[in-house]
Design a protein around this ligand. Structure first.
Ligand code: PLP
Length: 473
């Protein structure tokens, strides 16, 4: 008993520990409470260990401080953190969809920590409108008459339906009643908006006559086409093209709405991505088109609505416009992204989503060679092999199109790939990789060249951790 009491007496005091120079360094940029909590927790756990008889001596000061430092470092980690996407899925929904271009990210940073012209007209020195910020750029690039931006495409669908069809019917093909992850289902959004869904056709076939028969002078508010972005109906199928729907709309004087999802600006067929472009959609002539900002457009999360001024003006005045409006950071990123599209060739290189999708097999193979050379030099304890693989656009886009990619496979006799994959996620900059045939794959399509050093340190960390554990055994 006396021994326990004497041990307890030797536990250092919180204030004493806080004087340590290693902890002192943290005070510059860490909330005091984080440091104090870490010290207290460590001292409490020592006290408990003594009382429970788990330890009979108090560890040395260096060890004590090292434990506290790693606890502070752990506490300082943000929940939302940067990761390296080594999955080869370009628009990875769980990893934040589109990576912004460097220019767009800079524009965000610039308005984030200063005042800006968010709702201010510099020329006139008066109040301006945040909707004007991107409208000109969007109109220029898409050729649309008017444009508006909301929080995401789900919000866009909602405000389009609420402003154009509340209390009336919207005719949609049964083959296009999509669900986009989570709880976004066209029929549900429709009912929330106050519009009534009028389903026509069957799952695999919908004909122009189906829309014609559904038309009712009193109740029909719009014909709506929804791009089946995340699935394809193949086989014995038929649907009505956007052009033909526009014809039907003209015939009955009913507006046509097109939810196209992706927001692709440049044709990507030559890279194996069979998705329609916004320009094609505009050319077909529907009254309203809506799409996401962070899918194939490669910008920030946003819902972009383009079309006739008559309808867009109604949406801008709708009460939901305030609820769905975007902030200055989104607008900064979006304005820059659209600005970049004014030079399409340059956009293919500067907008990460486009650059990643358009990377050729040859380029990816050489990129994998470069990464492999770095890994072999810095972490020779693992085996590496170049492996071809199939990549995806992701984000519920182009579901049937696979892109030929290239990866560096990492493996070692006796080390399960699952373990490697898990440790890669624990690295300082986590690397999210996939597993194929019990080998971890670092797919280079979605890893930027300037992230190679961080991949190498993550692999080094995995190797060290595994070797240390082996040493213990
Ligand atoms: C992705 C998608 C949506 C939802 O867009 P978010 O920007 O994720 O809200 C709606 N409709 C279609 C057709 C889509 O592809």
């Amino acid at each position: 008993m006396g021994e326990v009491r004497s041990l307890l007496r030797h536990i250092p005091k919180v204030d004493e520990v806080l004087m340590d120079e290693h902890l002192f360094l943290f005070f510059k940029d860490t909330p005091r409470s984080v440091i104090v909590d870490s010290v207290r927790e460590k001292l409490d756990s020592i006290r408990e260990d003594i009382l429970e008889g788990r330890i009979t001596e108090i560890s040395g000061k260096d060890e004590l401080i090292a434990d506290i430092v790693s606890s502070i470092v752990e506490k300082k980690k943000k929940v939302l953190r940067r990761v390296i996407n080594a999955t080869g899925v370009v628009l990875h929904t769980n990893l934040g969809r589109a990576e912004l271009s460097k220019e767009a990210a800079r524009a965000v940073a610039e308005v984030a920590d200063s005042y800006s012209t968010l709702e201010y007209d510099l020329k006139r020195g008066q109040r301006g409108s945040r909707q004007d910020i991107v409208e000109a750029a969007v109109k220029k690039v898409t050729g649309a008459e008017a444009a508006m931006v909301v929080n995401n495409n789900a919000a866009a669908t909602m405000i389009v339906l609420a402003s154009m069809a509340r209390g009336r019917e919207v005719v949609v093909s049964r083959g296009e009643l999509v669900e986009i992850g989570g709880s976004f289902r066209i029929p549900d959004v429709m009912s929330e908006s106050g519009a009534f869904l009028k389903e026509v056709g069957t799952t695999n076939k919908t004909k122009a006559s189906d829309y014609e028969n559904a038309y009712n002078e009193e109740t029909t508010a719009a014909f709506m086409k929804v791009h089946t972005s995340n699935y394809r109906i193949v086989g014995f199928t038929e649907d009505v093209s956007l052009t033909d729907m526009v014809e039907l709309g003209k015939k009955f004087h009913v507006p046509v709405i097109y939810d196209m999802g992706n927001g692709l600006m440049t044709d990507l067929h030559r890279f194996g991505v069979n998705e329609p472009t916004v320009k094609d959609a505009v050319a077909a002539g529907p009254d309203v088109i809506l799409f996401s900002g962070d899918k194939l457009l490669g910008g920030p999360q946003a819902g972009i609505i383009i079309g006739s001024k008559k309808y867009i003006d109604m949406m801008k005045k709708h009460p939901l416009a305030r609820a769905f409006r975007v902030d200055k950071m989104t607008l900064a990123a979006l304005e820059t992204t659209f600005y970049q599209y004014q030079d399409e060739e340059k956009a293919m290189k500067d907008i990460p989503v486009l650059r990643m999708i358009s990377a050729t097999e040859e380029e990816l193979s050489q990129k994998a060679d470069r990464l492999m050379a770095l890994l072999e030099a810095s972490a020779p304890g693992f085996s590496y092999e170049k492996e071809s693989c199939l990549d995806q656009v992701g984000g519920g886009s182009a579901p049937t199109n696979y892109l030929k990619g290239c990866a560096v496979a990492i493996f070692k006799e006796g080390v399960p790939a699952e373990k490697m994959e898990r440790l890669l996620r624990k690295a300082e900059i986590p690397v999210i990789a996939r597993i194929n045939h019990d080998r971890v794959l670092i797919d280079v399509r979605t890893v930027n060249e300037d992230e190679f050093d961080e991949v190498v340190s993550a692999v080094g960390y995995v190797l060290r951790t595994i070797s240390n554990k082996e040493g213990e055994v």
